[in-house]
Design a protein around this ligand. Structure first.
Ligand code: 13P
Ligand code: SF4
Length: 328
């Protein structure tokens, strides 16, 4: 990658991306954790549920997915006839890495009376081994539709699963994965921040561990956090999720102040997702130009994974995402 990127100096990347987007009939989808310059030129910015709905509904020929690999794979599962490109093929996810498909298959086999409710942050293979996929914005509505006596295994995020267990009084068996970004928030530093900003509510993503969730006034997905920021009368908010979402908050609410929750030493960069950060304008330009890296999924595997995603889209059909807050 280094040589071609160095050769791009002097190009007006934004204009070139715009030209290629039209030439290729491409739609650029971006997650809220992407760099501001990518969010600013995306056709749509959203959370995992919004983005999968957009990917399923688009009539573009090419989906340029500025997010991580499981998101681009989800787009391909739902829109197999589209060319789906991911600017950096190494943009993975610690939750996906924590859950190798063979180990997950053994876990399932050991609990034959359980269904598998699985967070979308996993590989296509794990989706194919699951019954219902959830995102952080669809998990609550989906879980509330599952009979209370139904035994469930939940993976790969033990913090999201634990949060759901506590909130709904369930006893789901949890896979022991974590998001390295949300795991890094420091409770001590968060308390210091709350003392500095008395009255500022804390909005936290459910991937955070319980000692952070316990300080939250609102817990929800990225789109839920955006909605909360818009509806709370508070002028200052502490945001316990990946800090690039603050870009959308500032665009939508320029008069409010948003403070990212700190990591261990108070000012480390450990709350920036290193996988999301791999995508850059240069790599997006090259991906649109060369239509690579492209996502390919073997058809039987795709169809198996699609069942659990379709189950989510059906069960969460009435779930409202942030909508077009980030749309261009
Ligand atoms: P949502 O945007 O669906 O809340 O997910 C957050 C996340 O960690 C994506 O990797
Ligand atoms: Fe995965 Fe966490 Fe990055 Fe989201 S923020 S992509 S869960 S590592």
């Amino acid at each position: 990658m280094t040589a071609p990127i160095a050769a791009l100096s002097g190009l007006d990347l934004r204009a070139e991306i715009d030209r290629l987007r039209k030439e290729r009939n491409a739609v650029i989808l971006a997650h809220y954790y992407q760099r501001p310059e990518i969010q600013d030129l995306a056709d749509f910015v959203g959370d995992s549920l919004d983005l999968s709905r957009k990917a399923a509904a688009t009539d573009a020929a090419v989906i340029a997915f500025c997010g991580v690999r499981f998101m681009a794979e989800t787009a391909k599962i739902l829109s197999p006839d589209k060319t789906v490109i991911l600017p950096d093929r190494d943009a993975g996810c610690s939750l996906e890495d924590s859950c190798p498909p063979d180990e997950f298959a053994a876990f399932r086999a050991a609990h034959p009376d359980h269904i598998a409710l699985t967070y979308i942050n996993c590989s296509t293979e794990v989706k194919a081994l699951s019954d219902i996929i959830v995102t952080s914005s669809s998990a609550e509505v989906i879980l509330s539709k599952i009979a209370p006596d139904q035994k469930i295994i939940f993976g790969p995020d033990r913090h999201l699963g634990g949060y759901l267990n506590r909130k709904f009084g369930r006893d789901m068996l949890l896979w022991p994965g974590v998001c390295i970004v949300h795991e890094a928030f420091s409770e001590t530093e968060l308390i210091k921040l709350k003392v500095l900003h008395p009255g500022a509510p804390v909005a936290a993503h459910p991937e955070c561990p319980p000692h952070i969730i316990d300080h939250a006034d609102y817990v929800g997905s990225t789109s839920g956090i955006l909605r909360y920021a818009q509806t709370t009368p508070a002028q200052t908010l502490i945001v316990a999720t990946e800090p690039h979402i603050i870009h959308q908050m500032q665009l939508a609410m320029p008069d409010k102040t948003f403070i990212g929750a700190p990591g261990a030493d108070g000012n480390c960069n450990c709350n920036i997702c290193p996988y999301m950060a791999l995508n850059t304008l240069e790599k997006l330009y090259l991906a649109l130009r060369d239509l690579t890296p492209a996502v390919h999924i073997e058809e039987n595997l795709r169809l198996a994974a699609k069942k659990s995603l379709d189950a989510m889209l059906t069960m969460a059909a009435d779930t409202v995402g942030q909508g077009d807050l980030g749309a261009r």
